[in-house]
Write a protein that binds this ligand. Structure first.
Ligand code: UDP
Ligand code: MG
Length: 316
């Protein structure tokens, strides 16, 4: 069994020494043939320097360095494209995805599963955040066709055919949680206790989390467009009813000087709603625009397996 372990790293210089030690400790007894593919996602600290040193010291540690920060999704994709293993694991550099779970995960693959995902509980998370996540997943699962689970992230082990299935999805807006669920295959879940980050900082701010949430909703389904249609139909029906009522009133009682308030509320309310719905349309249009440009998902600057200088380091 050949096992590839992909680790996206963005400014993780403080985590790498411990990560290397833990991975060696876990992987050595598990299989003789393993490779660790560390993907430097345009780090500005000494991450790349450390990756170079790790690769020099042990050829089982390989690295890819992206030309700038492309985001975790692209870093994972770069790793997946370069992984040669029959089994491929993805985990974070900060040890929040405990490598010692890999043993149990490999055992489940042997039982015939194609994906083994690790699910964390929410011990230590702020209550508000836990509640917000739960609500988000409940809403998402109503909207999208695939089933998304709270606490399940990118920490998983995939068979070669699951990896190939993922790689066949060419889209630029990669909402990986959705993609992993979309490819299907028999999936097993392993639970683990939430671990706090010990070194370095999380790259997620509240704003980026909210944006990620919106990305998830928009890039994975077109229900918001349908919702807009329903809302439009509802408003038209309401307006029609109100018009009838006004006309009937005018016929029965003659015209009075009707309310300024009603008109203002109507204008402001409908104006706002139209802008909102145009915004939804714009989001989809923006995504289509991005997809049509067909840009590569990432660019490579440097890799451990020496690339000839004349070879353009473009993702294939
Ligand atoms: N990461 C990355 N590119 C980014 C942001 C993050 O490759 O633009 C990596 C990061 O180095 C880590 C993993 O993605 O290995 C998860 O990031 P983080 O720990 O910040 O996320 P959290 O655990 O807080 O969800
Ligand atoms: Mg983390």
């Amino acid at each position: 069994m050949r096992l590839s372990v992909i680790v996206p790293c963005y400014n993780e210089e403080t985590c790498l020494p411990r990560l290397r030690a833990e991975l060696l400790h876990v992987l050595s007894p598990l299989t003789e043939e393993f490779e660790v593919i560390l993907v430097d996602d345009g780090s500005t600290d000494d991450t790349l320097g450390q990756l170079r040193a790790m690769a020099r010291a042990d050829s089982r540690f390989r690295y890819l360095s992206l030309s700038r920060n492309f985001g975790k999704e692209s870093a994972m994709l770069a790793g997946l494209k370069h992984a040669a293993g029959d089994l491929v694991a993805i985990l974070d550099a900060d040890l929040q995805h405990p490598p010692e779970l890999l043993g149990d995960m490999v055992a489940l693959i042997d039982k015939g599963y194609d994906q083994v995902v690790a699910r964390r509980n929410r011990t230590g998370d702020a209550r508000v955040r836990t509640a917000a996540s739960r609500a988000y997943y409940r809403m998402m699962n109503r909207l999208v066709d695939v089933e998304l689970t709270d606490g399940v992230g990118d920490f998983r082990l995939l068979t070669r055919r699951a990896v190939d299935a993922l790689l066949s999805l060419e889209e630029r807006n990669r909402f990986s949680k959705g993609l992993f669920a979309w490819i299907g295959f028999d999936t097993a879940v392993v639970d683990y206790e939430n671990v706090a980050r010990t070194d370095g900082d999380s790259k997620w701010s509240l704003r980026s989390l909210v944006n990620y949430g919106i990305d998830g909703i928009l890039s994975f389904n077109h229900q918001p467009l349908r919702l807009a249609m329903y809302l439009g139909a509802l408003c038209t029906a309401a307006a029609f009813g109100y018009a009838l009522w006004l006309v009937a009133g005018a016929l029965l009682n003659g015209t009075t000087a009707p309310g300024y308030v009603t008109i203002m509320c109507g204008i402001i309310g409908f104006g706002g709603m139209q802008l909102l719905l145009v915004g939804v349309l714009g989001e989809y249009l923006g995504r289509i625009y991005q997809e049509t440009k067909q840009r590569p998902h990432f660019l490579l600057k440097e890799t451990s397996h020496s690339v000839a200088p004349e070879t353009p380091c473009v993702d294939d």
